[in-house]
Every structure is written in structure tokens, then in C-alpha cells.
Design a protein around this ligand. Structure first.
Ligand code: G3I
Length: 350
């Protein structure tokens, strides 16, 4: 009798399940749309390692808001059902953003724009009540320069700084229990973080319903310092707020500003060079370890999400330029990378 073929090894089974390893510290999340988590490489990874999921795009206004009062729930509902069926809490991302938001949100008088925003948030939060554990209510509201604490977005131009409080109050009115967040990138930069804290202080002074801060943490192998992240997490906790890390990835590249501004001077793709790639993955592993060592010191940090599942699919393959990148904990085949070992085994030398 022919012997049965050996069962394939479970992908990434050679490290502890991250959701178990970090259970005493925080949830482990991964971002994807259904097309991403149904991918044969990513699916076993998210099911084994995560207990939180963020819709990478399917909960955004451009996905849900067809026209005033008309919604396309199908893809986000599918993700919420996948989460419920597989023990993954759902982070709602995002209700109010200047990007990926249809133009119809921004037409008419300020009063009309405000009423439309309130209705949209009320409808969406009500629809997902009990199915998401938190919302990134307002995304990326902080200015990138010192001219103002507030990003000069369409929302800011139409409604002034009040739009943030309007959005938070509309979300709270629709669901008294869901946790409400402001989510932003660059909180690891002390100057930008200070501007965000100015916004937060103003909201708290007015009694706005804000529960937490989402730190996106799209970072690189050389920046930021762990100390900057530590300081940001501590400052948020000191304001009585929850911390979430919401979009963590660690790019292999350290591009100059010109790459982001004009696509010039971008670092060359190293993913085809085994020597350079190996060195970059070691540096990445050390950066992941440094960040997780900080994360573990903060009881206020309740959820850590990577912006993607495995390196087979990452927004960084197209940003800031089209180029191979390997920013996540699992490789293009869904296997644990040095970074995944570094955060689960203190003795591992990348
Ligand atoms: O769905 C369409 C598809 O029909 C079309 O054929 C294709 C052609 O380009 O585009 C598809 O939409 C793309 C969408 O991702 C889904 O793949 C959009 O062009 C593309 O712009 C969009 O990019 C998303 C980006 O947000 C938009 O700003 C990325 O996937 C997503 O990872 C990224 O996520 C953001 C967070 O929400 C906020 N923080 C930064 C983070 C990274 O930019």
C-alpha cells in the first residue's frame, strides 16, 4: 500500500502564534481586504497569528458611500463576518478622511457638509454596531508642518477644526460602547506628535468623546528611535487615552524627502540582490524587536496591527515609488521572517 503523502507544514508554524505569544500585552492585528485575506499565502498566516483585522480599504468612505444615503456594504460586511467567524476583532477604518472620500461629501454649504458627515457616520457606525470594537473616526488630521496643528484638509477648510469633534460626537451618539480613535502617521516624530497632542488637548477641554490614539507607524529600518515611540505612547497614556499601533510596517528603504515629493532620488530596489536583501532583513528584524520591546512596556497599548499580512501584498510595492519591498513579519510565501523570530525569541540573533 502506498504511504500517504506527508502533510505540508503549516505556514509559519515554527514561531509561536503571535496572538498567543502577546496575549497578555495586546491584540495582534493585520490589515487586508477580503481579496487579501482570501489569498492562499496570506490566509493561513492571519488565521494562525492574528486576533484583530482592519479593512485596508473596504470600510473607507470611497468604498461604503455610494451617494448620500446609499451604501455599498457588501465587502465590509464580508470582512466583518470573516472576523466574527474566526475570532478576529474588527478595527473600523476610517470614517472621516481627506483621502479616498467621494466628492459628494464636500459639496454645498458648511451646514450641508456637516449634516452629511453626521448622517454618514451615524449610518455607518449603526450598521456595524457590535461588529467592530473601535473606529478610526478621524484619520490624519494633524499638519505635517508647524504652520498649524491641523492639516489643511477639505474637512478643515469647510468646517474648521470643529469637524473632528463633530465626527467623534456623531460616532458616540450612534454607538455608546465602541472605542473612538484619532489615527495618524508620524506620531514618532516629536514635532508632529506635539501638534497632535495640541488637538487632543483642545478636544478633551471640550469634553469630546475620544478614547484613543492610533499610531500608524509606517517606519523604516533606521527611523524612528525606540525612544520616540516610547515617549509618544507614554504621553497618550498620560492623557488617559488608549494606544493602538494601527498600520505598522518597516520599509527596507530609507529614502530622501525628494523621493516622496518628486519621486527622485529613491533608493534602488534591493529585492533581487541576495546579499543586500539579507542585510536589510537583519536590520528590519532588529527594528521590529526594538519597537516590540517598547510596545510590551505599555499597558495602555491594547492592539498592534501590521499594514498587511505577508510580503506578497503590501502598499509599499507602489509607494513612494514602484519597487520591491518586504516590510512585514511574514515573507512572500507566508513564512516567518527574521523579524517574526526576533520579536518572539530574545535569544535569536538575526
Ligand atoms: O479598487 C481599485 C481597482 O478597481 C482599480 O483597478 C485599481 C487601479 O489602480 O485601483 C483600486 O483601488 C486602489 C485601492 O488601494 C485598492 O487596491 C487605489 O487605486 C489605491 O489608491 C488604494 O491605495 C490604498 C491607499 O490607502 C489609498 O490612500 C492602499 O491600498 C492602502 O493600503 C492605503 O492605506 C492607507 C491608510 O488607509 C491610511 N494610512 C496610510 C495607508 C497607506 O497609504
Amino acid at each position: 500500500m502506498a504511504s500517504a503523502a506527508p502533510a505540508p507544514a503549516a505556514p509559519a508554524a515554527d514561531i509561536p502564534a503571535l496572538k498567543t505569544y502577546f496575549a497578555a500585552n495586546f491584540k495582534i492585528g493585520m490589515a487586508a481586504d477580503p481579496s487579501g485575506y482570501k489569498n492562499a499565502i496570506a490566509n493561513p498566516v492571519i488565521l494562525r497569528h492574528a486576533n484583530s483585522i482592519t479593512g485596508e480599504n473596504c470600510f473607507k468612505p470611497a468604498s461604503l458611500g455610494v451617494s448620500p444615503g446609499v451604501y455599498n456594504w457588501a465587502t465590509a460586511d464580508e470582512l466583518a463576518a470573516f472576523g466574527a467567524a474566526n475570532g478576529l476583532g474588527v478595527r473600523g477604518h476610517t470614517l472621516c478622511w481627506h483621502s479616498q472620500t467621494p466628492d459628494w461629501f464636500f459639496t454645498g454649504t458648511a451646514a450641508e457638509v456637516r449634516a452629511r458627515l453626521e448622517t454618514y457616520i451615524s449610518d455607518v457606525v449603526t450598521h456595524f454596531k457590535g461588529k467592530v470594537y473601535c473606529w478610526d473616526v478621524v484619520n490624519e488630521c494633524t499638519s505635517d508642518d508647524a504652520s498649524s496643528p491641523y492639516r489643511n484638509s477639505k474637512w478643515f477648510q469647510l468646517l474648521g477644526p470643529d469637524y473632528i469633534e463633530i465626527a467623534l460626537r456623531a460616532a458616540r451618539a450612534a454607538d455608546p460602547d465602541v472605542k473612538l480613535f484619532i489615527n495618524d502617521y508620524g506620531t514618532e516624530d516629536p514635532a508632529k506628535f506635539s501638534r497632535l497632542m495640541t488637538i487632543v488637548s483642545a478636544l478633551q477641554a471640550r469634553g469630546a468623546p475620544l478614547d484613543g490614539i492610533g499610531h500608524q507607524l509606517h517606519v523604516s529600518t533606521t527611523s524612528p528611535t525606540a525612544a520616540n515611540v516610547d515617549n509618544a505612547l507614554r504621553s497618550v497614556a498620560a492623557k488617559g487615552l488608549i494606544n493602538h499601533v494601527t498600520e505598522l510596517d518597516i520599509s527596507l528603504y530609507n529614502d530622501p524627502g525628494s523621493c516622496f515629493a518628486s519621486k527622485t532620488g529613491c533608493a534602488a530596489d534591493i529585492t533581487g540582490d541576495a546579499t543586500l536583501l539579507s542585510a536589510a532583513l537583519k536590520a528590519q528584524a532588529l527594528q521590529y524587536r526594538a519597537l516590540f520591546n517598547v510596545f510590551k512596556q505599555h499597558p495602555s497599548l491594547q492592539s498592534v496591527t501590521t499594514w498587511g499580512i505577508a510580503d506578497n501584498s503590501t502598499w509599499l510595492s507602489g509607494f513612494p515609488t514602484t519597487r520591491g519591498n518586504r516590510p512585514l513579519l511574514f515573507d512572500v510565501a507566508g513564512q516567518a521572517k527574521p523579524a517574526a523570530r526576533a520579536i518572539t525569541d530574545d535569544a535569536f540573533v538575526p
